[in-house]
Each structure stands twice: as C-alpha cells, then as structure tokens.
Design a protein around this ligand. Structure first.
Ligand code: DX5
Ligand code: ZN
Length: 221
C-alpha cells in the first residue's frame, strides 16, 4: 500500500476551497484534511459540517475530518450526514466513560473510516484498547490548534508503539496518520517509525512547488 497524502485546507485559501483542493488532486493527493476546531478543545475556531457538505459535491478527494472539539459524540452524526469519508476524534475529548466506544460505533456503522487522535503528550496506552476497533490512529506531532508549527520528533516516536500494537492485534492495512509540521524531511522520520498517511498544511499549500511537495510525501523512503 502506498502512502496517503492528506493536504490540510487550514493552510489553503478559504475563499477558493474547490480550486485549492483540485490543485492537490491534480498531483496525486487522494484525501483532503479538514480541521474542525471549536474554540474549547483548542483555542481556535475554524469550520463545521456545512463546509464538509459543500465540499462533498465539489471535490473528488476523500473528506478526512479531524475533529478537535469537545463532545465529539454529539457532533459526529452531523459530519456523517455531511458526507465525511474519514472521521477522527481526540481521546482527550472523551471524558465520560463509554464516549470513545460510542463515537467509534457511530462512525463504523456509517461505513466510513474511524480514527482516534492523540496529542503529543498523550501516551499510546490511553488508546491501546480501542485499536482493534479502529481503522486509523492519528499521532499529532504538534499541539493541535494551529498550522505552521514545528514538528516534535519525540511525539512521532509513538508511531512505533501504535504500529506494534496494530500488528499484534492482527490489523490489516492499518492507517497511521501523522499531523503537524510535516514536510519531506519529517515525513522520512515518521516513515521510519511506521507512518503511512501524511497530513500537511503549510508544506503543501504554501509551497511554490505544490507538485513537488505532494510527490515528496507520496514517495518517502
Ligand atoms: C493542527 C492541525 C493540522 C494543521 C497542520 O492543529 O491539526 O492539520 O493544519 O498544519 P502544518 O502541516 O502546517 O503543521
Ligand atoms: Zn489536523
């Protein structure tokens, strides 16, 4: 299985999302990463389900929704209805018992890809028991909230633990996504730990050579 590249629209021109996403599709990106922030789980506010719904009809990319919000169980149905193809929520946002299981169940029952994300300081042991139920884990390599931050290599090392657990549990084609400060160099480090799916905001959308940027992430060795 080749790498998946998911350019984050947080670094795109929000006035021209369709054209911006099409530019990445032309060079081989198959996913489009949509950062949903609520001003509570993270200090920033971005966009919600209506934008996902509009993009559904406007682009070919799989809509990769990264929920950086409190109470993900309340909002997941809206994103399913809007047409998300992948939904990832944060384990740190699941405070009450049973919430993470409920979120996974809703996403899986919709027949789409289910992911859990961990912030840089959250240990893999916090999500270990859910891995057998999931299709993907997103390892954050910056504190969620903003694009353009510096990659944290010590956070990336957790990819290795996720990979080991997924293998032990016999997961086939498990997706290990990495998000935060990704470029050709940091993607190489993450590949060595076992990542196979790269989110990149600034590196793709602010790059004068968008084609070269995407290709460098598609073929990391
Ligand atoms: C950060 C978001 C990222 C962000 C990545 O909270 O989850 O998806 O857009 O941006 P870069 O690649 O510029 O670090
Ligand atoms: Zn993200």
């Amino acid at each position: 299985m080749g790498n998946i590249v998911s350019p984050s629209i947080l670094s795109a021109d929000f006035a021209n999302l369709q054209t911006e996403i099409e530019r990445t599709e032309n060079y081989g990106a198959k996913w489009c990463h949509i950062d949903v922030m609520d001003g509570h789980f993270v200090p920033n506010i971005t966009i919600g389900a209506p934008v996902v719904k509009s993009l559904k009809n406007a682009v070919k990319s799989k809509l990769d929704v990264h929920l950086m919000i409190e109470n993900p169980d309340i909002y997941i149905p809206d994103f399913i209805k809007a047409g998300a193809d992948i939904i990832t929520f944060h384990i740190e946002a699941c405070k009450a018992p049973g919430v993470a299981e409920k979120c996974i169940k809703m996403i899986k029952e919709a027949g789409i890809i289910a992911g859990i994300s961990i912030k840089p300081k959250t240990p893999v042991s916090d999500i270990e028991k859910y891995i057998s139920l999931l299709d993907m884990v997103l390892v954050m390599t910056v504190e969620p909230g903003f694009s353009g931050q510096k990659f944290m290599e010590d956070a990336a090392q957790k990819i290795n633990d996720v990979q080991k657990i997924a293998k032990n549990k016999g997961k086939q084609n498990f997706i290990i996504q990495v998000d935060g400060g990704i470029n050709a160099e940091t993607a190489k480090i993450c590949t060595s730990f076992g990542a196979n799916c790269f989110v990149a905001g600034n590196y793709v959308y602010k790059n004068p050579d968008i084609k070269g940027a995407i290709q460098s992430l598609l073929q990391v060795y």
